[in-house]
Structures are given as C-alpha cells and as structure tokens.
Ligand binder design. Structure first.
Ligand code: FES
Length: 101
C-alpha cells in the first residue's frame, strides 16, 4: 500500500543507478542508497504491520528500531536501513500479499 512520504528526494547529478524490484515493481534507484531510502523514494513509507495491524516503516534509519524489516531475495528480516541496494535485488515488504501467511 503506497503512502505519502514526508521525505523529499534531493537532486542527484550523474549518479550511478541500478534496478531493483520492490514488491513486484521494477524501480530505478541511486546505487548509493539503502533499501530503506529506496522504499521511501518509491512511496513505501510502511513496509510491514505491527501485531495490531498498524503500518510500520523505517523510523530511526540507523539500525536501532527494527521497524524497517523486509524480505530480500526471499529471506525475511533484513533491516532495510542497513542494507545497501544491489542490482537485481528483490525486496518484499513484509506487508505485501506475497509475504503474508
Ligand atoms: S529504520 Fe530503524 S532499524 Fe531500520
């Protein structure tokens, strides 16, 4: 579920880009970004749900809160804020239909 993000992307000039897949959608991202930055830039401020159903997403962006957990290449529980993007990476937010039981 895309949501409005309070973050605004700064312009990048001539930076290297690569392609990743976020929840089945191909996305071009800056090669210097983390997965959390890619999620936010592509409107995925929420990437999982708390036990009460509330949407959760990257909060501290420094590896402390664990609110940014996502699946990467089929392996759940990665901290998106600590994981650099990589060409061809498949990111599955934990609230996606694919990741839900
Ligand atoms: S945003 Fe807090 S651990 Fe990733």
């Amino acid at each position: 579920m895309p949501s409005a993000s309070p973050f605004k992307r700064l312009p990048t000039e001539g930076g290297e880009t690569l392609s990743i897949d976020i929840d089945g959608q191909p996305c071009v991202v800056d090669a210097r970004w983390t997965v959390a930055a890619a999620l936010i830039a592509h409107g995925r401020a929420a990437c999982r749900r708390a036990i009460d159903g509330q949407p959760r997403g990257p909060f501290c962006l420094s590896g402390v809160c664990f609110e940014c957990r996502v699946g990467i290449d089929g392996i759940p529980g990665h901290q998106a804020c600590l994981t650099p993007v990589a060409q061809g990476m498949k990111v599955t937010p934990e609230d996606s239909p694919e990741a839900l039981p």
